[in-house]
Design a protein around this ligand. Structure first.
Ligand SMILES: C[S@@+](CC[C@H](N)C(=O)[O-])C[C@H]1O[C@@H](n2cnc3c(N)ncnc32)[C@H](O)[C@@H]1O
Length: 379
């Protein structure tokens, strides 16, 4: 069966590159016990709540929107958080310090929040090249940016890993500033049809690029148990990766897992049976993160982007990357350290810049954000 075979191969490649390429990442011990968790809960509903009629997985109880103290899970997008606010705008402006006439490459233009803040600084005469894999985000960015005076903006539906091709397209092989604001934005999370969120029901999709074939449900339903466990462990350091993978495979006997809530409920049963530590975040948080990273090849794309930065950044030009988890931040940190040792870049942020208390209070998404900035050396 074609799809299962090709996914397995891709997943293997993914795990190998992750394990080799990220020096800060924990390496999974061979034969590691699956989690080694203490039992915190009474054993409950073990396996039973994933049994539904053949063809789809359902639950005997609704997905838990609140934790055991009755509080909303951390990380759940509430109605008030749907409005996307760009993170760390002030430090990005201060550290990049763009000037009139300069060229900026924004590899993750999203809804254009950073673009709207940066554009006025390069005017008059500046250029802004924005890329995003998501056609819906790009349409929104296009409409927002078209409201600003003067042109000089070029937006493409494209992978930032292939940015040189798009710079060449607009005749700008080198730029003054590059920005990546990684991950998913609030609008994508809030749209249940995109399948990014464990707290709203939708197809288990998670693709940034909706033209891409492989969705999260393809991985969840086709990967062998051990590969699923590796995916959860290597992409999100999920401690109960093996227990969760096992439970998913049990659920697959009942039927395909095709929706976000069906997957969230399967993971909840692992915690409910005491095989997973209760935490402040929803038990499916890491599983969803791991799948999103795999579906969109996020770590591979980041590495491919960084490999090409020095060649396309003018001397004195700056690179800013905002990341949201330790794997991404580790890759950026490692790149800047190596570029510094090679004499091609200097680090402008010895420690990552994080959001200040007012921003953290106003914009929950900013709480996990880390900004690193480097400057291109040379003449
Ligand atoms: C956090 S949002 C960016 C928000 C943006 N800075 C703003 O202020 O509105 C990240 C965006 O990156 C896009 N993205 C993720 N991976 C990408 C890739 N490899 N190439 C291009 N865009 C990507 C996502 O579709 C998403 O819109």
């Amino acid at each position: 069966m074609g799809i299962g075979t090709s996914i397995s191969r891709e997943a293997l490649v993914l795990h190998r590159t992750v394990a080799v390429g990220c020096p800060n990442q924990a390496v999974r011990e061979p034969g590691r016990a699956s989690g080694g968790h203490r039992s915190h809960c009474r054993s409950a509903a073990s396996g039973s709540n994933v049994a539904g009629r053949r063809g789809h997985v359902q639950s005997l109880f609704p997905s838990r929107q609140k934790n055991r103290r009755g509080q909303e899970w951390k990380g759940v997008v509430s109605e008030s958080q749907h409005e996307h606010q760009p993170v760390l705008v002030e430090p990005v402006l201060r550290l990049l310090d763009p000037c009139p006439g300069q060229v900026i490459l924004d590899g993750t233009v999203g809804l254009g929040g950073h673009a709207l803040a940066l554009l006025p600084r390069v005017r008059p005469g500046g250029r802004y090249v924005g890329l995003d894999l998501d056609d819906a985000m790009l349409a929104e960015a296009r409409s927002r940016l078209s409201a600003t005076p003067e042109s000089g903006v070029a937006l493409f539906q494209a992978n930032y890993a292939e940015f040189p091709k798009w710079l060449a397209r607009v005749g700008l092989p080198r730029v003054d500033h590059m920005l990546l604001d990684l991950g998913v934005n609030s609008a994508q999370l809030a749209d249940e049809a995109r399948g990014f969120s464990f707290d709203r029901d939708g197809p288990l999709d998670m693709r940034f690029d909706r033209g891409q074939k492989q969705k999260a449900m393809d991985l969840v339903n086709a990967l062998p148990e051990a590969e699923l466990a590796d995916l959860f462990y290597y992409n999100a350091q999920e401690g109960a990766s093996r227990k969760i993978a096992k439970r998913i495979c049990q659920a697959r006997h009942v039927g395909r897992i095709t929706t976000t809530l069906a997957l969230a409920r399967v993971v909840e049963t692992v915690q409910a049976s005491g095989e997973m530590r209760p935490g402040k975040t929803h038990p499916a948080t890491r599983v969803f993160q791991a799948l999103r990273i795999a579906v969109n090849r996020e770590l591979d794309n980041l590495r491919a982007f960084l490999d090409q930065v020095c060649e396309h950044l003018r001397p004195g030009g700056k690179l800013a990357v905002i990341s949201f988890h330790s794997l991404e931040d580790g890759i950026v940190k490692d790149f800047l350290r190596k570029a510094k040792a090679a004499g091609t870049m200097e680090e402008l942020t010895r420690r990552p810049v994080i959001a200040d208390p007012p921003e953290r209070a106003a914009n929950p998404r900013s709480r996990g954000a880390k900004l690193r900035v480097g400057r291109r050396l040379g003449n």
